[in-house]
Design a protein around this ligand. Sequence first.
Ligand code: ATP
Ligand code: MG
Length: 242
Amino acid sequence: MSADSSPESSIAVEVKKVTKIFPNGDTPTYALREVSFQAQNGKLTMIVGPSGCGKTTLLSVICGTLGVDSGDIEVFGNNLKMMSDAEITHFRCLNVGFIFQQFNLIPTLTIVENASIPLILQGMPYRKAEEKAAALLEDLGLGKRIRSFPRQLSGGQQQRVAIARALVHDPKLVICDEPTASLDAATGHHALELLKNSACNADRCVIVVTHDSRIFSFADWIAEMEDGRVIKSCLPADYHHG
Ligand SMILES: Nc1ncnc2c1ncn2[C@@H]1O[C@H](COP(=O)(O)OP(=O)(O)OP(=O)(O)O)[C@@H](O)[C@H]1O
Ligand SMILES: [Mg+2]
C-alpha cells in the first residue's frame, strides 16, 4: 500500500494476505480473502464498505480475538501467530482499546465501573481508576449519569460509555467498530474529535470502521473493503463514495 511513507510515519498494524473462512455448514463464507492492510502510528485509519464485506472480521483478527486461516498479522512489530492465547490477551489488555459494534457494556455494573475496567485490569487501585473514568465520562457529557446502569441510558449514551472505556487507559491502539452509529451529528463529531486527538500522538494508532460518511473527513487514510477484500486505499480527499 502507498500510505504516507514520510520518514516519521511508522507502521502500527500490518495485515499480510489474511484469509478467514467461517465454515457455515456446506457453504463456507470467505469473510477475508487474502486481505492486506496497514495502519500507521499517529494516524486515524478508516475502514469502509458495505454490510457483510468483512470489516468487523478484520478488526477481530487484528485484535487477536479471532484466529485466521492463513496470512500474518503484526501489531507493533509482534506477529500474533508467534504468540500464545495468554500472551495475546495480556498484550490486548495493555495496548488495545475497543469500541464494539454492540457496545458490550456489562449490565450489572454502573457506567463509571464499566469505563474503569481497563484500568482495573491493569492493576490500578479501584478509586483512582473510577476518578479517571469519571473525568472522561464528564468530558463526554455523562458526568451526571456515572452511577446509572447501561440499561438506563439511550443507545447514544451507551456508545459514549463504550468510547470512554476504549480510551481510559490511553492505549497505543484504539479499534472502533461503528463508533457513531447511534450518535446524533454533534455528539458523533465530539466522539471523533476525541478519537482524532488520540491519533495525534506519534505512538498511537486509531482504526475506525464506519458507514457514516459524515465522519470520513476525520480520517487520515481510508481503506475500502468489498466482498472480503481491500479494494481501495487512499487519502480521504481521493475517496469518492457512491
Ligand atoms: N461468527 C460468524 N460465523 C459465521 N459467519 C460469520 C461470522 N461472523 C461473520 N460472518 C460472516 O462473514 C462475513 C463478514 O462479516 P462481518 O461481520 O465482518 O461484516 P461487516 O462488514 O462488519 O458487516 P456490517 O457492516 O453489517 O457490520 C458475513 O458474510 C458474515 O455473515
Ligand atoms: Mg460489522
